[in-house]
Design a protein around this ligand. Sequence first.
Ligand code: FPP
Length: 240
Amino acid sequence: MTDRPETTCIPRHVAVIMDGNGRWAKQRGRPRIFGHRAGAESLRAALRSCRDHGVEFLTVYAFSTENWVRPADEVSGLMSLLKTFLKKDEHELHENQVRLRVTGRIQDLPKVVRAELERVRAATKNYEKGHLILALSYGGRTEIADAVRAIACKVKAGELDPEKIDEAEISRHLYLPDVPDPDLMIRTSGELRLSNFLLWELSYAEFYFTDTLWPDFREPHFAEALAEYSRRQRRFGAPS
Ligand code: FPP
């Protein structure tokens, strides 16, 4: 175990918008994929941080439904980076008993990427020490629309009484109903937006924004985000 900072309250689930790869590469006069590659290193660092601090769930926004409009070479570069990550880092998942999950429209991904994801997903499905959730071809509004459609189908088939539709019913129809809602959402690179990330699930999360670009966001930055989280008082709508 590495040293833990003075963090008293550890979030069970951290969600991250890994932003700023493009700007990081541009500052160095390099192509955007160079920034994404460095970003993959920061993802590895975030996984280590979660293990060392005892964060059980890490969800990262690796590719949004909106990202498909990026130049073809950037999209294919990201897909091959994902394949490399799955191949190179699979042993880390096994060593640390981390289960790989995916949220998003996995059916939209190239066949080879899907196959690799399925393989690692299946190989790690019995682990419970940690959970790495990759949001891929993910959009929060799409997720809610998909849930509403599934619920409507059940109502149409006479399997569900519309009067019984409540928040819990909607949560049950999201992509990963068994995963607890994130407690902390981190967004790097100074942008103060949610960008269609986990719209339903982040309702009561604490938000942490930093100007640090994602490729520079390593263990000390993660520890600082956790320290800030532990200073927050979560009230879930109750009076202070
Ligand atoms: C946003 O930065 C980042 C992305 C769209 C991709 C995130 C992907 C990685 C960090 C690669 C590692 C992921 C895996 C699963 C191996 P941006 O490109 O929008 O940055 P900018 O706002 O500075 O242009």
